[in-house]
Design a protein around this ligand. Structure first.
Ligand SMILES: Cc1cc2nc3c(=O)[nH]c(=O)nc-3n(C[C@H](O)[C@H](O)[C@H](O)COP(=O)(O)O)c2cc1C
Length: 162
């Protein structure tokens, strides 16, 4: 039987990874939660999990290539098998994020996943090439929001609300 929350992440400069870890820590207080990089997540991992949190950066106006590759690999093997399962998302962006957000929502509509928490987009405000490519530090306040998001989804799942 499918169980627990699977947090699937990709990060180029560290922000999404830090936010995924914070959400994982929050979810662990309520329910089984697993962190899995987009590169390593298989369709079997998806089938074994009861809900999903996608955490990744916007790159060039859409989801990062590694995250897209995960969906390209998994979409048809899982089509028709995840109907109604809950999902949420955390996106790291410089100043945008909406393109990646919309792309995610369109893809998982095909799987008939159900969004159970408002989309979270964290903008780092990096503008120059140097700042964009530099390793990122995420504030405690944002990490706390990610922790709460993970905890809230996991609580909803364990109570059967989602
Ligand atoms: C190749 C590349 C393309 C990017 N394109 C966008 C973009 O289209 N919109 C945006 O808001 N930020 C863009 N960014 C900024 C990242 O989304 C931002 O720095 C984010 O915090 C990175 O998350 P990460 O540390 O998890 O990789 C881009 C960064 C890179 C490296």
């Amino acid at each position: 039987m499918a169980q627990g929350l699977l947090i699937i992440w990709h990060s180029r400069t560290g922000a999404s990874q830090a936010m995924a870890c914070a959400a994982h820590a929050g979810a662990m207080t309520e329910l089984g939660s697993r962190l899995s990089s987009a590169e390593e997540t298989s369709p079997a991992d998806m089938l074994e999990s009861a809900g999903y949190l996608f955490c990744f950066p916007e790159n060039l106006g859409s989801m990062s290539g590694e995250m897209k590759a995960f969906f390209d690999r998994s979409y048809y093997p899982l089509l028709g098998q995840l109907e109604g399962r809950p999902y949420a998302s955390i996106i790291a962006a410089g100043s945008g994020g909406d393109g990646a957000q919309l792309q995610l929502d369109r893809i998982v509509t095909g799987w008939r996943l159900r969004r159970v928490a408002e989309a979270m987009i964290h903008c780092t405000t990096a503008q120059t090439p140097e700042a964009i490519l530099a390793p990122k530090t995420v504030s405690d306040e944002v990490l706390q929001a990610c922790h709460s998001l993970g905890q809230g989804i996991a609580a909803g799942m364990s109570l059967g609300v989602f």
